[in-house]
Design a binder for this molecule. Sequence first.
Ligand code: NI
Length: 174
Amino acid sequence: MSILPILEAPDPRLKVISKPVEAIDAALQTLIDDMFETMYDAPGIGLAAIQVGVPKRLLVIDLQEKDEETDETIRIPRVFINPEILEESEELSFYNEGCLSVPEQYADVARPARIKAKWLDRDGREHVEELDGLLATCLQHEMDHLQGILFIDHLSKLKRDMLLKKLTKMRRAA
Ligand code: NI
């Protein structure tokens, strides 16, 4: 496995619309493993293939929530291939989102609180599930990447430009 470089805004490749995955083959399995390693290393809770420069409709999520009793981090790696949203609630939920492609910048984004989604896992099995909470938010954020949309695109232009400016400043200082 290897850690892949993560594209950062305003890299134009992040605006590319990703293409459906046609074959769940050995090369795709390697990419999935590398994406998990890259995400855990960053660290982050979600990563879309386009963020490592691969324009395929593939994303990985692991919320890495803490077990309240043992304080241990529980890893539940989830793979979403060709995900689709079938239904979404009118009710919105706000979450202070961040993104590995917009490092260290955060902003509240409103999204449907519950969704019904369909996807294939890494074994090619189809799932249709209703999701809510952080998983629903995270899946919608990652699915946006497949359409070339970043969380900052949900903000006003003023706010977006401010975050991008802060990012440039941070890079210069580094
Ligand atoms: Ni992101």
